[in-house]
Design a protein around this ligand. Structure first.
Ligand code: NAD
Length: 269
């Protein structure tokens, strides 16, 4: 166990699988008290198992079910966290999904589904977090910042993605939501940054890496020559949440093995 985030209260949305799980465990391993958010009854058992793993490793936390696209549920999650632990110090806006379709076949329901969770969900959670940071005031014994928010974006905040217009639009939206909030609240000493994962092995993109053929095709997009793992993102999240990154505000940290380096151009000299 480390102590970079000792006694800081962190809400990690969508923490019952994939990147959210990796982030929740990494924050807890640095001493944070972690709210493992899951979205529905279906993911309750998985969330409980993750909390048990956190506790077995010496960490602390709770499981809280909440759909991040629902204002009343988000407000209730923050209220319960503050009731149990006094405040919130770190928000990791991680929950997200894909609902893909060729653009001319994409329904309004598919568009709204992705935007309401990936983008509106980040708005709702960030608003509650910032309200709480401002209410609570500085805690110099915990952190140099009033509060920290990490938005889980994607390489698709800069790389267009045919067949995924709703997802790419949500991530492009997160980029300017994050930067605007960072600009607005830097004078209050709130730090807001994004992580832009490349291809990380999780259920969201299983078909892209779970056969040798699929993985070989995926690797043509990754100059560093390996598909990412959730630990890669967990380590980045710890850094962005801790005072080690105190002078970092309003950036997207791409954790992508070089996917945003336009590898298609590397043999075009
Ligand atoms: P995942 O499917 O394993 O996890 C997504 C999580 O979000 C799940 O726990 C799910 O229950 C939760 N979720 C979905 N709807 C929700 C809602 N309404 N309320 C609360 N939680 C909800 O996928 P992942 O790869 O771990 O994705 C996590 C984040 O990382 C997403 O924002 C995704 O866009 C982003 N991302 C992933 C990759 C990758 O390669 N895996 C790359 C770039 C960005």
């Amino acid at each position: 166990m480390g102590n970079k985030l000792q006694n800081q209260v962190a809400i990690v949305t969508g923490a019952s699988s994939g990147i959210g799980t990796g982030v929740a465990k990494a924050l807890a391993a640095e001493g944070a008290i972690v709210v493992v958010n899951n979205s529905s009854e279906h993911s309750h058992d998985a969330a409980i198992q993750i909390l048990n793993e956190i506790k077995s490793a010496g960490g602390q936390g709770i499981v809280y079910q909440c759909d991040v696209s629902k204002e009343d549920q988000v407000q209730a999650m923050f209220a319960e966290t503050i009731k149990q632990f006094g405040t919130v110090d770190i928000l990791v806006n991680n929950a997200g999904l894909q609902d893909d379709a060729p653009f001319t076949e994409m329904t309004l329901a598919q568009w709204n589904h992705v935007i309401s969770i990936n983008l509106t969900g980040q708005f709702l959670c960030a608003r509650e977090a910032i309200r709480e940071f401002l209410r609570r005031g500085m805690q110099p014994e915990k952190s140099l910042a009033l509060g920290k928010i990490i938005c889980m974006s994607s390489v698709h905040e800069v790389i267009p993605w045919a067949g995924h217009a709703n997802y790419a639009a949500s991530k492009g939206g997160i980029k300017l939501l994050m930067q605007t909030l960072a600009q607005e609240f830097a004078p209050k000493k709130i730090r807001i940054n994004s992580i832009g994962p490349g291809a990380i092995k999780t259920p969201i993109n299983k078909e892209a890496w779970d056969t040798p053929e699929a993985e070989a095709k995926l690797l043509t997009l990754i100059p560093y020559g390996r598909v990412g793992i959730t630990d890669d993102i967990g380590k980045a999240a710890v850094w962005l949440a801790s005072d080690d990154s105190d002078y970092v505000n309003g950036v997207t940290l791409f954790v992508d093995g070089g996917m945003t380096l336009f590898p298609g151009f590397s043999t075009n000299g």
